[in-house]
Design a binder for this molecule. Structure first.
Ligand code: ADP
Length: 465
């Protein structure tokens, strides 16, 4: 099969979250399975700053690099749209011209396919930033051009909370006829909604876990998309993300103090000591160390963490938090550091190497997301022998259970605190803990199975007329 992966962020070129991990790893897994894959993403400033990645200019507006064995990654370059410090916005909020930036990206992606003669079977789009690809494919000159006729689209929703909403006044910028601004197309309560376009115009849709694919059809989790998703329920699937074990493997991780594995877990103790020193904590092997690598957002459970953090800091534990997000959570956590400097260590930044150190050096990985489409943190932490503590929702419900971590099913600060206490008690019974760690480390979330499911999804899409 000839497949185009179209995403707004791809590891190792640009990343703000799990989407980038998926868009980087799935193409490689598909290539291994014998498919021909290319990747298309915007050529951000950060991409071109990474000189080690051997990015070559093809011509103005296009550059290229390679991943996997021979997967070409095409970068849509545009000095004004993409040569900026961030991907989607700055401190003041989203860039105000995101409608221009990402509609441009989507149209250029389709044009590019013809320019390079890549007659794809499947164009696989991810999230609102590439959601206009399926819309354009069924409109403008693309819908009548024989070159595009047989192409089918798959749209993956990584987080339904982010939809790409713009004012109706901006609709003409998309170059579409006004009949696309309709309740059954791109309109959502008098606004333009990119994600909705992806949902309506793609041949098949999926989300990144089975549980989340069901949850988003409900009012509680659907963020207003539940109605349209219900209409398309026969085309809606759930496929759990895999994990790229060539990046996330404590036995081959260059960023951690000592390598280890399920077979030979001894090195984890050195990683913990290293992390304790880094955090300026007392170096004690018998105190449970809780790690957090996350956006500091309500979605990630920070409302209940913030409500319980003072009580948590008075328990016998240590806690390291890496992430950025809502200013209000930055402030709450900063005040906790002042109050409990030997208990909590805060790193308000995006830092890949430190993330690796935290996964490796912690005992417990706190991830009480209010909703979680898939979640990678819990899968990564398990591989590093760090037991996840999670709320039972979405992908967390599909991957964490009492055999490999700690899970609670009522979303409240009290339940969170109870579960933290339970995990601290479990930590003190060494044999039980060892067994849990061993089981967690042996969980297999590799891409192999998930890639097979995507191939079946593509086959399904190809049958659509
Ligand atoms: P999201 O909803 O943010 O996409 P996921 O759990 O799916 O959440 O993926 C988050 C990914 O981003 C993981 O690989 C995690 O390790 C990484 N990550 C999140 N925050 C940071 C940070 N501050 N520094 C480094 N890596 C981070």
């Amino acid at each position: 099969m000839k497949i185009v992966m179209c995403a707004s962020e791809v590891v190792p070129f640009a990343k703000t979250g799990g989407l980038a991990d998926v868009a980087g790893a799935l193409p490689a897994a598909l290539e291994k399975a014998g498919h021909e894959v290319i990747v298309v993403m915007p050529g951000y400033k950060a991409v071109h700053a990474k000189t080690a990645l051997a990015i070559k200019d093809v011509r103005p507006g296009l550059s290229v690099a390679a991943i996997g064995k021979a997967i070409k990654v095409y970068f849509i370059d545009h000095d004004f749209y993409f040569n900026r410090d961030a991907l989607y916005g700055d401190k003041t909020g989203d860039y105000t011209d995101n409608i221009d930036r990402f509609s441009y990206f989507c149209r250029r992606t389709l044009d590019l396919l013809k320019e390079i003669g890549f007659k794809a079977d499947i164009i696989h789009c991810h999230d609102w930033q590439s959601a206009m690809v399926p819309v354009y494919l069924k409109s403008m000159t693309y819908s009548t051009d024989p070159f595009y006729k047989a192409m089918r689209t798959v749209f993956t929703i990584h987080n339904i909370g982010y939809q790409g909403l713009f004012s109706k006044d901006e609709f003409p910028k998309l170059g579409l006829a006004w009949n696309f601004f309709d309740m059954d197309a791109l309109e959502y309560y008098e606004q333009v909604n990119f994600l909705k376009g992806g949902i309506v115009f793609s041949d098949v849709i999926n989300t990144v876990s089975e549980t989340y694919s069901k949850e988003i059809r409900t009012k509680e989790f659907g963020f207003g998309m539940e109605g349209i998703l219900d209409k398309r329920r026969d085309s809606l699937f759930g496929i759990i993300n895999g994990l790229d074990y060539s990046i996330w493997d404590p036995a081959a991780d260059g960023s951690i103090a000592s390598k280890f594995s399920a077979k030979d877990p001894a090195g984890k103790a050195a990683c913990k000591e290293d992390l304790q020193k880094f955090c300026k904590f007392p170096v004690r092997s018998n105190v449970p160390l809780i790690g957090v690598v996350s956006r500091l957002a309500e979605q990630k459970g920070f409302d209940i963490v913030a409500a319980g953090i003072d009580k948590m800091c008075r328990m016998d534990l240590q806690m390291v938090i890496l992430g950025t997000g809502d200013e209000k959570y930055h402030k709450i956590m900063e005040s906790m550091v002042k109050k409990y400097p030997k208990v909590i260590s805060l790193h308000l930044k995006f830092d890949d190497a430190l993330a690796h150190k935290i996964y490796a050096g912690s005992d417990i990985f706190l991830m009480p997301s209010k909703y979680e489409p898939c979640g990678l943190g819990q899968m990564i932490s398990m591989k590093y022998g760090t037991l996840p503590l999670a709320f039972k929702t979405g992908g967390l419900a599909d991957t964490v259970d009492a055999g490999n971590g700690f899970i609670f099913d009522k979303y409240s600060s009290d339940e969170l605190l109870k579960t933290v206490k339970k995990s601290l008690t479990a930590y003190q019974s060494h044999d039980k803990w060892k067994k849990l760690v061993d089981k967690a480390m042996k969980c297999d979330f590799s891409w192999l199975e998930s890639a097979k499911k995507y191939v079946r999804l593509y086959e399904n899409a190809l049958k659509r007329s």
